[in-house]
Ligand binder design. Structure first.
Ligand SMILES: Cc1cc2nc3c(=O)[nH]c(=O)nc-3n(C[C@H](O)[C@H](O)[C@H](O)COP(=O)(O)OP(=O)(O)OC[C@H]3O[C@@H](n4cnc5c(N)ncnc54)[C@H](O)[C@@H]3O)c2cc1C
Length: 259
């Protein structure tokens, strides 16, 4: 089957080529989508490569950051926690140089393991996502975007520098693995926002844990009410249930020390 390959050279051209997203597959860094193609888990009739579309940028204006969808995770490594620490936890340097923040946000959820680790810190940061598709341009909070991301082309993601932040993940003695479970936390003023990956099909805000944030141990236990835990190739629901409370408590203690 022949594939129509589009390589727009400006953002406007990418937006026009994407249209309402019908029958078009976006290829960013390709670290996920090329595997899906190679293993014939998806078929593509029209592919749009974003590497020349002018979407790789990291802009700061006072405390506001705007990150282009094609920005590689390697450009985020020096950023504040939980974002920088989460990017550093993804696979290895080779993948981090290729993988993009837009691809991570739009990562499909395979049955074998969680994916899209950056969704956690971006939810915790209260980030917003600017996208185009049917109905034109839209700016959504990350959770709203994740709930309606089909048929959208992400342009960029914005967030504020937090007062303090922390990231904790289950660690395994193996390189290049996906993350089984991770918790991100951000403090801004009196507000603490918590989010996790590996506790549902996409990143999840831990609202019950936030309500108990003053007591890290209680917050850890409360987080279980926000999670839909399941077994996959990386960890059992049983193991996640036992480790989620301690990751939440670790993040809250680190935020307390940092602020
Ligand atoms: C060995 C290995 C280890 C990995 N480990 C991890 C890990 O630990 N944690 C983790 O989170 N990920 C991991 N990944 C997955 C992957 O590298 C990251 O999720 C990466 O950020 C995806 O970005 P990409 O640019 O490569 O996406 P792509 O593969 O190009 O695209 C991924 C999906 O997003 C869509 N997409 C891409 N950009 C946009 C856009 N701007 N707008 C709309 N849709 C878009 C694509 O159509 C596709 O469906 C790993 C991958 C490999 C190969």
């Amino acid at each position: 089957m022949s594939v129509d390959v589009l390589i727009p050279e400006t953002t406007d051209a990418a937006v026009e080529a994407f249209g309402d997203g019908t029958d078009i597959t976006v290829i960013a860094g390709g670290t996920i989508v090329m595997q899906l193609l190679n293993y014939r888990r998806i078929t593509v009739s029209k592919a749009m490569l974003l590497n020349k579309a002018g979407l790789s940028y990291l802009r700061q204006s006072d405390s506001t950051w705007t990150v282009g969808a094609m920005t590689p995770l390697s450009d985020l490594l020096g950023m504040f926690s939980p974002l920088g620490a989460c990017a550093a936890n993804v696979a290895d340097h080779e993948v981090q140089y290729q993988a993009t923040i837009g691809g991570n946000l739009c990562a499909p959820t395979p049955p074998e393991h969680p994916s899209g680790d950056l969704q956690g810190p971006l939810i915790a940061l209260g980030a917003t996502v600017r996208s185009v598709g049917a109905g034109g341009e839209r700016t959504d909070g990350v959770e709203e975007f994740l709930a309606s991301r089909a048929g959208r082309l992400v342009l960029d993601i914005s967030f504020e520098t937090p007062q303090a932040g922390a990231f904790a993940a289950l660690d395994r003695p193996h390189t290049r693995h996906f993350t089984a479970l991770a918790v991100s936390g951000v403090k801004s003023g009196d507000t603490v926002r918590l989010a996790a990956t590996g506790v549902g099909p996409v990143g999840v805000r831990l609202l019950s844990a936030e309500a108990a944030a003053g007591d890290p141990e209680a917050a850890g236990n409360a987080a279980l009410a926000d999670a839909v835990l399941r077994d996959d190739a990386l960890a059992s629901a049983w193991y996640r249930e036992r480790t989620l409370p301690s990751l939440v408590a670790r993040v809250l203690n680190e935020i307390k020390e940092a602020s």
